[in-house]
Design a protein around this ligand. Sequence first.
Ligand SMILES: O=C(O)CCC(=O)C(=O)O
Length: 295
Amino acid sequence: MATHTAAEASGLDQAQIDRFETDGFLLVDDFFTHEELDRFGVFVDAAVRHRTAGDSRALGEKNLYEQTFVQCMRLWEDHPSVGPFTFHPKLCAAAAALLKTDCVRLWHDQALYKEAGGRKTDAHLDYPFWPTDRPDLVSVWIPFDDVHPGGGMMSYVQGSHRMGITDFVDIGQLRGGEPYDLLKNPEIASRPLIPVEARKGSAIFHHACTIHAADANETGKTRRVFTMVYMADGLRRSRDDAYFALDRDEIKTGELIVGPGHPVAWPREENDLPAPPERLGPKTGFGFSGGNEAQ
Ligand SMILES: O=C(O)CCC(=O)C(=O)O
């Protein structure tokens, strides 16, 4: 088992942990080496190619959601080469340190590849997508290349994780004929929206209740990003509506979220990766279980 505390193993200092608690997000430069990112980037690229093989549609032929990003969820399950990235010990330790807990489980991993010309990611918060009894989940957003303004760059509403917002924004869905803009809510508009340029090697963490968005990709290249979401151990299912990863492990409302789909990510023995679940999810990430599994 781990001999260090999560904070020690993550390399995060107390000032960073405090900043995450205040702001609801945290940029950490040089979290990964370029060598690591290049290695994992090759594996994630291959997994995305495999998942999307057979989809030759041009961007304009896709729906608004799909024009936001190509989303491939739970890549660690059918692409073992991705497992060491998803269960990267320093990253999982950082999640535990930021959630101030001794043990975290994986909620899911996913590639979010915003194609050249891809539309903006509508402002939203993640927690309304996820049927857990407490919002003790943290996401980490990892670009394989530098991401600058106009390249699918992320922005976060500072401190919004503490505002008590529960609005479910379904990305790319229209309300009154337009994609809904949560940032126009006067209470939210009064808060600072912080754009975060991310250099290769960096990781941006955000809390499940932090409102965030990404700008459109006006570059000629796909914005290649991998994200993981980790949850504090001890969360329970809060709702009955279909949710593939919970239904697969037969987790009923009120029950603890444990099982092969949500393995312990921290602490783990060195080089010990969890075995993937036997039953895999749909080939593409979105478009099942009412579409509410996203993010
Ligand atoms: O990458 C994006 O465009 C959006 C990312 C996001 O919503 C998330 O990581 O929760």
